[in-house]
Design a protein around this ligand. Structure first.
Ligand SMILES: [Ca+2]
Length: 224
């Protein structure tokens, strides 16, 4: 009788141990799945913040150029360095950097959060002074202040064209002149023609021509 009881007790203990093991394994499994899920969500979020999901039709340019740019104020000096400053533009891995050609001093770097697909140094408003034109992908169609008609969040990745005047009095040299909101065009490529007009070539091959008229870029022609 006593042996029977002991056997029953042993079986009970074994069953309890098995149950505990199953519960422990299940808890570890659930925690592992949750950790993996959180890590996946975090990875996707970090990649999204870094712009990994920007459409594949975008052409990302890499180039380096040197320009001699006239300083703001006219000078009587015959010394070229008093009239112009020689600077290097470097667009590498979606980041634009402008440095002094002689000293290497960094004058300008595109802000964190901007992904620069291309840049131009061209006279976009035809006033005989060149501007710096940047094609930029960034989060949010608008700047700090959303227009009243826009409701909800403004954090989608959108493409923009930003135009800056060169200001040798500024430490960073680039004075914002005209900053577009999200373009709403799937721009595959862009170039500026001899008439200082901007050509956007879209993903589907449609080409639109934009010209500085009065203030800002205006659509002047569509080529299908
Ligand atoms: Ca100009």
């Amino acid at each position: 009788m006593s042996d029977n009881n002991e056997l029953k007790d042993d079986k009970k203990v074994n069953n309890n141990t098995k149950k505990k093991k199953i519960i422990k394994t299940a808890i570890i499994g659930i925690i592992t799945v949750l950790i993996v899920a959180v890590l996946c969500i975090l990875t996707v979020y970090v990649l999204w913040k870094k712009g990994f999901f920007i459409p594949k039709y975008v052409t990302w340019n890499n180039q380096s150029e040197t320009f001699s740019i006239e300083k703001n104020m006219g000078s009587e000096s015959k010394n070229a360095s008093d009239i112009c400053e020689k600077v290097d533009f470097q667009l590498v891995k979606k980041h634009l950097k402008i440095t002094n050609h002689g000293t290497g001093e960094v004058l300008y770097e595109s802000p964190k959060g901007w992904l620069v697909s291309d840049y131009f140094y061209a006279d976009i408003d035809s006033d005989d002074d060149n501007e710096v034109v940047m094609m930029v992908w960034k989060q949010g169609s608008f700047g700090e202040h959303k227009p009243f008609w826009h409701k909800g969040k403004d954090n989608k990745w959108t493409q923009h064209i930003f135009i800056f005047e060169w200001d040798s009095e500024r430490d960073d040299r680039l004075d914002p002149k005209w900053m577009s909101s999200g373009l709403g065009i799937k721009v595959h490529n862009v170039y500026i023609d001899e008439k200082n007009r901007v050509h956007f070539i879209a993903e589907d091959g449609e080409e639109t021509i934009w010209q500085w008229l009065g203030w800002g870029l205006t659509l002047v022609q569509v080529i299908n």
